[in-house]
Design a protein. Structure first.
Length: 462
């Protein structure tokens, strides 16, 4: 029996489309591994550059299998590699990235010694197009620093137990990107995940990187979540009540709720998007203003509840209003939702997809609550005794996806049993990310002007 007749422990595979400039370094990083029990599958996915020529010197290596195919896309190529793999463990390496020499040794050892772990991932170096290190991406330690696993592992350089990957059905070919996010959701709902706080690969960030297209990423993640929830929960969805609280006395201007914004009353944007959501069970508009309630009654499926004046003062908390609405519905109709969502009218650019994504997020990650946020990549400070002090001591070290998360006020969702008299949000707090242009919150006249411009531009483009 020859050496290669024995199945290797680890399968590494590289999918490449026009990354001839970088693929040699990726392949060589596998060849230089201190762990030797591996095979490498390279899938040239319809490249039109010099990728095929770059790969010629590797032909004949008994540990390397090279496939040239017409362009099939990442998800399809992932499944082809899965079918061809012989290893007990499998890991994708992107063609423009490369491994630390200890990557396979460390990650395979975790799976060897932790039989209940389905996948393991490491920290990584972020590099520019020339290979210069920009920073280190350090992920919080599962089970010690983080318990709510709503931030996925990197799609590449995550080592997976092949039997587990087959059990969850491999890669979903309905999605053209974010294969790692789909896989993560399926895994955290079925298997244990583990991470190593050692940087073990080099992730190249450049203009051609898919990860720079934020709008596409967020849209695809929303579809992935919806797909998963539909398959797992079917029609057994929780009853979610949307509450749209509106004060007569606004801090922005008189008649704020009914003010014209790009051709229709401000409040209509929130009501219309809530009505578009198929995941909301009931919608309530509650206000101390008769004109606002009268306007809301024009929408057939909207329930209106008069809000006590003392609960609608500018400095009043929202929790008493939520409690009042819940008790009113129970008293009048016996209705008792399982979760409540607050939708404030000052966020007119929020869409029904954000409402649905919040509900899906709560279900997938078993969160007590979910809030909408906008990512902030700026370096933040706080005031201390010597003036401004950086929020993070090391400027080069970036924690959890290289951003801070700013609450944008568009969506607040909580399970009913977690809402307290002094806190709407529970302890296990999930999040959905919204784009900056979707996160405009009207607090001043300038915000109204900006929202108006964005809405009109959207109408022109779509």
């Amino acid at each position: 029996m020859t050496k290669r007749a024995i199945s290797p422990k680890v399968t590494v595979y590289i999918t490449a489309h026009n990354y001839g400039k970088y693929i040699k370094q990726a392949v060589n990083s596998v060849l230089r591994q201190k762990f030797s029990d591996w095979e490498l599958i390279i899938i040239n996915d319809g490249s039109t550059d010099n990728t095929k020529n770059i790969l010629k010197p590797f032909i004949g290596n008994e540990k390397i299998k090279i496939i040239h195919q017409e362009k099939r896309g990442l998800a399809v190529s992932n499944n082809i590699a899965l079918r061809l793999s012989s290893g007990k463990y499998i890991m994708r390496l992107d063609a423009d990235d490369y491994l630390d020499e200890n990557a396979l040794l460390v990650l395979s050892n975790i799976l060897d010694t932790h039989q209940n772990v389905g996948l393991v991932y490491a920290d990584y170096y972020r590099i520019d197009q020339k290979g210069r290190v920009i920073d280190i991406e350090r992920r919080k330690k599962i089970g010690k620093e983080v318990f709510l696993l709503d931030l996925p592992a990197h799609g590449a350089c995550t080592m997976i137990r092949k039997s587990c990957l087959l059990e969850v059905g491999g890669y979903n070919e309905d999605f053209s990107c974010q294969d790692g996010y789909d896989l993560w959701i399926k895994f955290v709902n079925k298997y244990r995940s583990y991470n190593v706080n050692i940087p073990l690969f080099y992730y190249r960030q450049h203009e051609a990187s898919l990860s720079r297209n934020k709008s596409r990423i967020l849209a695809t993640r929303g579809m992935i979540k919806r797909n998963f929830v539909e398959r797992k929960f079917g029609k057994n969805m929780p009853k979610v009540l949307a509450i749209i609280p509106v004060r007569k006395q606004s801090n922005v201007c008189a008649g704020f709720a009914l003010k014209n914004l790009a051709g229709k009353p401000l409040i209509d944007y929130t009501i219309n998007e809530a009505l578009k959501s198929k995941l909301l069970d009931k919608i309530v508009v509650t206000s101390d203003d008769k004109d606002i309630l009268s306007h809301a009654r024009k929408f057939a499926k909207v329930i209106t509840i008069t809000r006590p004046r003392e609960m609608a003062m500018p400095n009043s908390r929202i929790e008493p209003t939520v409690d009042f609405v819940l008790k009113s519905l129970k008293r009048k109709s016996g209705y008792q939702p399982e979760a409540a969502m607050l939708l404030y009218i000052h966020s007119p650019l929020r869409k029904y997809k954000h409402i649905d994504k919040a509900i899906d997020t709560m279900l997938i990650f078993n969160a007590d609550s979910v809030v909408s946020v906008c990512e902030d990549y700026n370096f933040a400070y706080q005031h201390a005794k010597n003036g401004l002090t950086p929020l993070f001591k090391k400027r080069l070290l970036r924690l959890e996806r290289n951003s801070l998360y700013k609450e944008n006020g568009a969506v607040y969702l909580s399970k009913i049993n977690t809402i307290k008299k002094d806190s709407f949000l529970g302890k296990r707090l999930g999040h959905i990310v919204m784009l900056p242009q979707e996160s405009v919150k009207i607090e001043h006249e300038f915000d109204s002007w900006l929202a108006d411009k964005i809405i009109r531009e959207w109408k022109e483009n779509f």
